[in-house]
Design a protein around this ligand. Structure first.
Ligand code: UTP
Length: 615
């Protein structure tokens, strides 16, 4: 029991509560008091008063201590160093000159794309998918976990179902179980476990999935890193950021175990990016081809756009650093160094520093090394809002944070960092904003990043695939829905069981047309030869594993099939309408889609005469 402190520190009542403390609590209290955290234990009430609160507080301290490498004393020490740097306002990029990073441009579908995708498909057998899904989603304001939101409401496929379907299809095709890691948090853990249980793990084996739960970290009250209290015996806890994924992959031994199981790459995906797997295989292929240890999937951005730019920072005597530089830091850095005009566009109108979308391919071997040396604590930072010019007190408590894309800050052995650029709608369209904020962004010509724009882009990617394969695709003109642009069709859903790569789409689609507000859904080993869908009609072909279905010369032109209907003002305000519809402003209802479901193995043919076994 820390009785060494004088009564001036106000620890008498705390000492009187000794029986509440386990030996572990006592040891921790001694360490924390040694770190000048007396305030945590002063202000305790006499024994017998609010003992439950005291016990909860001790538990909270223990858990925060256990979940941070180096424990709470380590957290406080790290905080002091970072806060001191923040107080002096030191420039983190002092002495660095920005240069364009090593870029592979796959924004078009050519021979390079095909080669990358082929290499990536093979390497995907040795990849684990890591979804960071601990975020609060405050901007979206959805009452549930984001992974449970449907990416499309034609067949209501949720983000998690979609991601799992890619993993299932690829595991089947490649003959190797692809592991899935999901990082959850206090806010999302129960919901994620519940949705996995309710959906039989979306067809994945239970031991194929690892759940890593991130914990909150204590908030910091001032420049001396005093842990912030809401009340006596109540710590203020805050999220530590998605960089926690590295710490958890390390501290739980998950990264090591995956490596032992033959995993060579980790693919990091956000919770609501339905486009991720359009580009991911080609990006993994680029990592293989170019030997990238860290490969950021990125998009072209125009100078000044509010997206971080991936930049190579060069400083004599230091290893080059290729990292995401926030857009508001990039322009001043350029002006102060190599470009007095700031971030200027290239001949295509884009910045030389492509936009980071937090879709990352990391090679396992250097990753394990960095995890070992850093304990998985990746480039923490602190962003205090100082109360006054003395820069010692804060307007509100701060906390240490980490971002998963900052891993290259710890590369010191010549690791190769590169960037692969894809067409934006092809690789990234997240569901982050509520309708009001999204409409506001759309009005300013920015990406709305709403549930509706994400669904819009999901269908768009389907059309891009059909066009690539040579089908004639005619879009219905765009309309606004709740102020957000939406193309009503064709709405094209090509399931991963149908094709994982563009090459497979090309192999399975021969000729044909699709136009207007029509819908096409292909699921399983399906081939289309001269198939036409028009006039708002809908065609769904689904084949069980082992069935191979060829659809020939079929013309589906009578609607309405899947009908898109905007929600009325009353419906938008009604709790009876599912929230996942109200966050997009429309529903899609099946009014008679033409469906062929082949439920038996073997070869089948479908034409105007119906379904029959082939040959
Ligand atoms: P976002 O930037 O979308 O943040 O996170 P968010 O917390 O989910 O949403 P807002 O800002 O409250 O509106 C990018 C990705 O990182 C994950 C999110 O779940 C998302 O997939 N994330 C974020 C975590 O896993 N943990 C965190 O602490 C923060």
């Amino acid at each position: 029991m820390p009785t060494t402190t004088s009564s001036a520190s106000g620890l008498e009542a705390f000492s009187a509560n000794e029986r509440l403390l386990s030996p572990e609590d006592k040891a921790l209290a001694e360490c924390l008091i040694a770190e000048n955290q007396h305030h945590l234990y002063s202000g305790w009430k006499n024994p017998g008063v609010d003992d439950d609160k005291k016990l909860a507080f001790l538990k909270c301290l223990r858990s925060a201590d256990q979940s941070y490498p180096g424990g709470l004393p380590g957290y406080i020490k790290n905080a002091r160093v970072l806060l001191a740097a923040a107080a002096t306002g030191s420039n983190p990029y002092e002495g660095y000159t920005p240069e364009q990073p090593d870029i592979v441009d796959l924004s078009g579908f050519g021979a390079d794309y095909a080669a990358a995708e082929e290499a990536g498909l093979a390497a995907f057998a040795h990849t684990a998918v890591v979804i960071v899904a601990g975020g609060l989603g405050e901007r979206l304001g959805y009452n549930g976990i984001k992974l449970d939101i449907p990416v499309e409401v034609t067949q209501d496929t949720t983000y998690l179902a979609h991601y799992a379907s890619v993993i299932r299809a690829a595991s089947h095709k490649l003959g190797r179980r692809i592991p899935l890691v999901i990082m959850t948090s206090m806010d999302t853990n129960a919901g994620t476990l519940a949705t996995l249980a309710a959906n039989n793990n979306f067809g994945l084996e239970a031991d194929q999935i690892t759940i890593l739960r991130q914990e909150l970290v204590p908030a910091l009250a001032d420049i001396d890193a005093h842990l912030a209290l809401e009340n006596p015996c109540e710590l203020i806890m805050k999220p530590h950021g998605h960089g926690d994924i590295h710490m958890l992959l390390h501290s739980t031994g998950t990264a090591k175990k995956l490596a032992q199981d033959g995993v060579r790459y980790l693919l990091f995906v956000q919770d609501t990016n339905g486009q991720a797997f359009n580009a991911a295989l080609a990006a993994i292929g680029v990592s293989e081809q170019r030997g990238f240890d860290f490969n950021s999937i990125a998009v072209n951005r125009v100078p000044g756009e509010a997206v971080g730019g991936v930049t190579t920072l060069v400083k004599p005597g230091s290893p080059n650093l290729t990292i995401n530089v926030e857009y508001n830091q990039l322009d001043p850095l350029l002006r102060a160094t190599v470009s007095p005009e700031g971030d200027v566009p290239n001949e295509r109108g884009f910045s030389r520093f492509p936009g980071n979308i937090n879709l990352l391919v990391i090679r396992m071997e250097p990753y394990l090394r960095v995890l070992e040396s850093s304990q998985g604590i990746i480039a923490e930072f602190v962003n205090p809002k100082f109360a006054d010019a003395s820069r010692t007190s804060f307007k509100k408590p701060a906390r240490l944070e980490t971002m998963m894309q900052d891993l290259p800050k710890l590369f010191t052995s010549g690791e190769k960092v590169g960037v692969t650029i894809f067409d934006r709608a092809w690789c990234f369209s997240a569901c982050k904003n509520n309708l009001t904020e999204a409409a506001d962004k759309a009005a300013k010509n920015g990406p709305p990043e709403s549930a509706s724009s994400a669904e819009n882009d999901y269908y768009l990617a389907g059309r891009m695939k059909l066009r690539f394969a040579g089908m004639a695709v005619t879009d219905e003109p765009e309309i606004p829905i709740c102020g957000i642009p939406f193309t009503p069709g064709p709405r094209v859903i090509l399931r991963p069981s149908f094709a994982l790569t563009l090459a497979e789409v090309n192999e399975r689609i021969k000729g044909g047309t699709i136009s207007g507000a029509s819908t096409l859904v292909l699921d399983g080993d399906v081939r289309l030869e001269n198939v036409s869908v028009s006039g708002g009609a809908s065609l769904v072909i689904s084949a069980v594993p082992g069935a191979r279905v060829t659809v020939k010369n079929l013309n589906v032109s009578s609607g309405p099939g899947y009908l898109l209907e905007q929600l009325s003002a009353d419906e938008m305000a009604s709790a009876d309408v599912p929230e996942y519809l109200r966050i997009r402003g429309y529903r899609i209802t099946d009014r008679g889609a033409k469906k062929f479901v082949v439920g038996e193995e073997g070869r089948w043919e479908i034409d105007a005469g119906g379904v029959r076994r082939a040959g």
